[in-house]
Write a protein that binds this ligand. Structure first.
Ligand code: C2E
Ligand code: MG
Ligand code: MG
Ligand code: MG
Length: 285
């Protein structure tokens, strides 16, 4: 066991292996703890969605919103997806979490619209396992039907890496989803190995330019050229573009210069709790 290995290493003295083991040990303990606690997170309503606005800089209009899951952990506080989504993906619990996220996002958007909020789509991230689940389309329909949200106000975000090994299957599933009237975004665009072939083969209607093209964009002419080319290409394909991870006004100006018309990033807002999102973006007084 890890404990035994750790005791063994300790006896041998504080060499570099010991430190390595100690770190591994801590990492493993944390993983086991999360594995054990995650089922309770669902059962005890500890999951929560945060909302990040998507803005058209031209006039500051709210054009969409991305739902991002958080775990309000009784001891650790607010936990980010990277702290538990990988574990959920490994253990299979991502299925239940993903279904919850879909339902929650749809019913929030329906409630906001019923209260007179803007008619904008809500984006939900899918995981690899969800995408491969043959019940996915049923889950999506259920989420929409149970709250009465019209499919045009739901957008699903997928990544290139999810398509990699089965393009044929991916195209069929996405086609079915698009036929329901739901939008599909290709998230983290440009980080995969064959981004262009995905655009060519898949029924997607929006792409999100990955943050890595943005972080240095005001200085990096290559990034500028790439972003400008993506925007032009997308325009010709009738695909919407949104730039992710805009943090500064210089980045914003540069991206606008590349004719990108929608952005998401800390420059406008971090992901917000529902209460804050409503107050600042949906029903500002
Ligand atoms: P993503 O879908 O690419 O979401 C954008 C991430 O970038 C969010 O992190 C957001 O807070 C962050 N971000 C937005 N603007 C900026 C910015 O200007 N600067 C920087 N540095 N970061 C920015 P978050 O919420 O931690 O989510 C991370 C990833 O976790 C998401 O990446 C998505 O892949 C995954 N995720 C989030 N919610 C869910 C979910 O409900 N289900 C699944 N399967 N995955 C989720
Ligand atoms: Mg996303
Ligand atoms: Mg992204
Ligand atoms: Mg990402």
């Amino acid at each position: 066991s890890v404990d035994a290995a750790l005791r063994e290493a300790k006896k041998k003295g504080r060499n570099s292996y010991f430190f390595y083991n100690e770190e591994l040990h801590r990492w493993l303990l944390n993983k086991i703890r999360i594995e054990n606690e995650l089922p309770g997170a669902l059962a005890n309503d500890q999951l929560e969605l945060f909302y990040q606005p998507q803005i058209r800089p031209e006039d500051g209009l709210l054009v969409g919103v991305e739902a991002l899951v958080r775990w309000r952990h009784p001891k650790n506080g607010l936990m980010l997806p990277k702290q538990f989504i990988p574990v959920a993906e490994e253990t299979g619990l991502i299925g239940e979490i993903g279904t919850w996220v879909l339902k929650e996002a749809c019913s929030r958007m329906e409630a906001w619209q019923s209260a007179g909020g803007p008619k904008i789509p809500i984006s939900v991230n899918l995981s690899f396992r969800q995408f491969r689940d043959s019940r996915l389309v049923t889950f999506i329909k259920n989420a929409l039907d149970s709250c009465g949200l019209s499919p045009q106000y739901l957008n699903l975000e997928i990544t290139e890496s999810m398509m990699a090994d089965d393009m044929e299957h991916s195209r069929n599933v996405l086609g079915e989803i698009r036929n329901l009237g739901i939008g599909i975004s290709l998230d983290d665009f440009g980080t995969g190995y064959s981004s262009l072939s995905y655009l060519r083969n898949l029924p997607i209607n929006r792409l999100k330019i990955d943050r890595s093209f943005i972080s240095d964009i005001e200085k990096n002419k290559r990034d500028q050229a790439i972003v400008a080319a993506i925007v032009t290409m997308a325009e010709n394909l009738w695909i919407e573009v949104i730039a992710e991870g805009i943090e500064t006004k210089e980045q914003l100006a540069t991206v606008e210069n590349c004719r990108c018309r929608a952005i998401q990033g800390y420059y406008y807002s971090r992901p917000l709790s529902e209460a804050e999102f409503k107050r600042k973006y949906l029903f500002p007084s």
